[in-house]
Design a protein around this ligand. Structure first.
Ligand SMILES: Nc1ncnc2c1ncn2[C@@H]1O[C@H](COP(=O)(O)OP(=O)(O)OP(=O)(O)O)[C@@H](O)[C@H]1O
Length: 302
């Protein structure tokens, strides 16, 4: 909770409680590798309890964004705040409220799963050993085998268990289900929906598996050309975004009549264009409009 001091009616100082700080606040984030610019003045905020699926094409910069957000990668410019505090000076208390599943395994391969968990347990006051035990047995991760000898999917399960064990308030998952089989994905999503989201955890995860996203992500954010091009509740986007085909004059009039937002415009043939329109007041019934599914939205917005 943010607090501020103000002058009270009797002239004394009063401590006021404000809105809770955003879990994540990014302003003007720029990141490049050599000459290649990946994040270009990106602004983004995740509010407590929000669940956001981060979408973008291969190479759009999702991993770079999530690493910058966590302070693992230093941006060229811009500001990163977690729980209202600059990520560069984040104190241990706030740091221990973050859970992270990286895209590439960062588990110590020379440890067994049991040794790894025992090692991490010492850093986290909120470590939930019962939860760890439950997940290790339900997800069938062998405790005593060297991590180097676990399969890719078993390593990913272990990485997820490590990230959930201390009941984080901010959970960052970079393609968490990429190596999981359908049963593993189902188990993971069930855990996320039934136990993690209930706690009001802020969750951001990148994925290319759109059907999984539909099951858990209330909000989707599209990363394109170094910025968050669009972020909205998924249901709202599916209700509001339509493709319209017609002459530019006809489409302009359609847009103006309904006060629609033009998201994208492309030529189809001489005198005929295709516009991606967002009808924020609700899409009208019009034969020229076509609804989109999540895959269409991904193709159009990322
Ligand atoms: N350490 C690095 N050094 C140089 N270039 C990098 C580095 N890491 C990423 N890149 C480049 O930055 C761009 C964004 O990469 P990033 O991994 O962030 O994208 P992504 O959206 O996560 O991709 P994917 O969906 O394929 O995982 C790519 O063009 C990539 O080649």
């Amino acid at each position: 909770m943010n607090t501020s001091l103000s002058i009270a009616a009797d002239g004394g100082l009063a401590l006021q409680a404000g809105a809770p700080a955003a879990s994540v606040q990014l302003r003007g984030l720029c990141l490049s590798y050599g000459g290649q610019s990946v994040l270009q003045g990106l602004d983004w905020a995740l509010q407590p309890g929000q669940v956001i699926g981060l979408l973008g094409r291969n190479g759009a910069g999702k991993t770079s964004l999530l690493e910058s957000l966590l302070g693992l990668r230093e941006p060229d410019a811009g500001e990163v705040k977690l729980f209202g505090q600059s990520v560069a000076g984040l104190d241990d208390g706030l740091r221990s409220r973050i859970g992270y599943v990286p895209q590439q395994s960062d588990l110590f391969e020379g440890f067994t799963a049991g040794q790894l968990l025992a090692y991490f347990r010492s850093f986290y006051p909120r470590w939930n050993e019962a939860k760890v035990e439950g997940l290790m047995s339900r997800w069938e991760v062998p405790r005593d085998r060297l991590i180097a000898k676990l399969s890719g999917g078993q390593q990913q399960r272990l990485s997820i268990i490590r990230a959930l064990a201390h009941e984080p308030d901010l959970l960052v998952l970079d393609e968490p289900v990429a190596s999981l089989d359908p049963a593993g994905r189902r188990d993971f999503l069930r855990e996320l929906v039934e136990r993690v989201l209930d706690r009001g955890t802020t969750v951001v995860f990148s994925t290319h598996i759109l059907s999984d996203l539909e099951r858990v992500a209330f909000n989707v954010a599209f990363l394109k050309e170094g910025r968050i091009a669009c972020q909205a509740p998924l249901e709202e986007l599916l209700d509001q975004v339509r493709i319209a085909v017609g002459s530019p004059v006809e489409l302009q009039s359609l847009q103006a009549v309904h006060g629609a937002q033009l998201l994208r415009r492309g030529a189809l043939a001489p005198g005929q264009e295709q516009w991606l329109l967002r009808f924020t007041q609700g899409a009208p019934a019009d034969a020229r409009l076509r609804a989109l599914n999540l895959e269409d939205l991904f193709m159009e917005l990322s």
